[in-house]
Design a protein around this ligand. Structure first.
Ligand code: MG
Length: 362
């Protein structure tokens, strides 16, 4: 999500906190709730940042989606499963972890899998702003680890997203975080690393972003030689064509394409097509049915054009977002409970549109 939306999120968060209009267990996450969810789900809760063993969780059962599909790998502009079949994943993105952390729990992940038919979920680690990772690393990390472990338990894929607009300014934090994730979870085929959500306009692919990704990837590959890594591209992950001729030298890398259907249309699909024709693997780790702000007009017709384009090219996607914020792109109505079981009137227009697509296609 773009920066304007960050400011809007801040305002919403503060208003929720200050007016106290919602049940506290369903708005701002509390340490006790978060800790409890980790402890019940993980035989090896994280107590420090120097853990060297994998989590000890059992791998996804053989009759689950990941149990059947296995480790993902790129060949040209397509993603393949371990059986050698082209695979297209469809699922949901959670909201910035520090602002709407209430859905970072096993019950919500399970509900999204069982009722929305997702086969992938994206955990969006909020890095800067407010109480993000940089100021509250252990607390935010536990939320993301909870979702990772729930995804392994449920047998779906999980994107571990460094949700930042200025990641190159604190590269060491990203390296430490992804190194720990790769150590703990890199043996599980479920994990997909997303090293940088949305660089800003003007961040050079060649001079800024590619070196950043290479540094983070080098750390991941020390611990995990094979899982897919998705790399953010210039201008809010839209300028995928900038990568052409300047690809990262790693066998299992994809490039991030983001769109908001009411703002970004055929010209962005044309740009994506250039990258596809150049044999790049694209991955839509986030998109909205609305304007780029995450709010405004909900464009159903253009959303369908995008889905057709993604299906035609076997491009995987996650929809923004599992959130009960009062904005058009949020999938849930304000106050929707944290643990799933949402009734029709707790799902928004965008949420129902996307849920129908997931249930039809997955
Ligand atoms: Mg691995």
């Amino acid at each position: 999500m773009k920066y304007l939306n960050v400011l809007y999120s801040l305002a919403i968060t503060f208003s929720l906190i200050s007016c106290g209009s919602s049940d506290s267990s369903d708005t701002t996450p509390e340490p006790t709730n978060n800790q409890r969810s980790v402890n019940t789900n993980s035989p090896a809760p994280v107590t420090n940042t120097n853990v060297v063993q994998p989590s000890g969780l059992a791998p996804s059962a053989s009759n689950t989606f990941v149990g059947e599909k296995g480790t993902l790998s790129r060949n040209g502009n397509k993603l393949f499963d371990a059986n050698g079949e082209v695979i297209q994943l469809r699922g949901m993105s959670l909201f910035w972890s520090q602002w709407i952390g209430k859905y970072y729990n096993p019950a919500a992940v399970k509900w999204l899998k069982e009722d929305w038919n997702i086969n992938i979920i994206r955990a969006a680690m909020g890095v800067e702003h407010d109480s993000g990772f940089l100021s509250n690393p252990e607390f935010e990390k536990q939320k993301v680890f909870t979702v990772i472990e729930a995804a392994i338990q449920e047998g779906i894929y999980v994107i571990v997203d460094w949700h930042s607009h200025e990641a190159q300014n604190h590269e060491e934090a990203a390296i430490a975080f992804f190194g720990e994730v790769a150590q703990r979870y890199g043996a599980y085929p479920n994990i997909i690393y997303e090293t940088y959500n949305e660089p800003l306009r003007g961040d050079s692919w060649r001079n800024v972003l590619k070196p950043y990704h290479e540094a983070v990837i080098a750390e991941i590959r020390k611990h995990d030689p094979d899982n897919l890594i998705v790399c953010g591209t210039p201008t809010y992950s839209q300028d995928v064509d900038d990568v052409i001729g300047n690809e990262i030298e790693d066998d299992n890398v994809a490039y991030t394409l983001h769109y908001y259907a009411a703002s970004h249309k055929q010209s962005l699909r044309d740009k994506a097509q250039q990258a596809i024709d150049a044999d790049l693997l694209l991955f839509v780790t986030e998109y909205g049915t609305t304007e780029a702000s995450g709010n405004g007009f909900l464009d159903v017709a253009e959303s369908r054009r995008w889905w057709e384009f993604l299906d035609d090219n076997d491009i995987s996607w996650c929809n923004w977002s599992v959130a009960d914020k009062a904005e058009q792109s949020a999938a849930l109505a304000p106050g929707a409970r944290s643990t799933g079981g949402w009734s029709a009137n707790q799902i928004t227009r965008s949420g129902n549109l996307v849920r129908d697509e997931l249930r039809l296609k997955n």
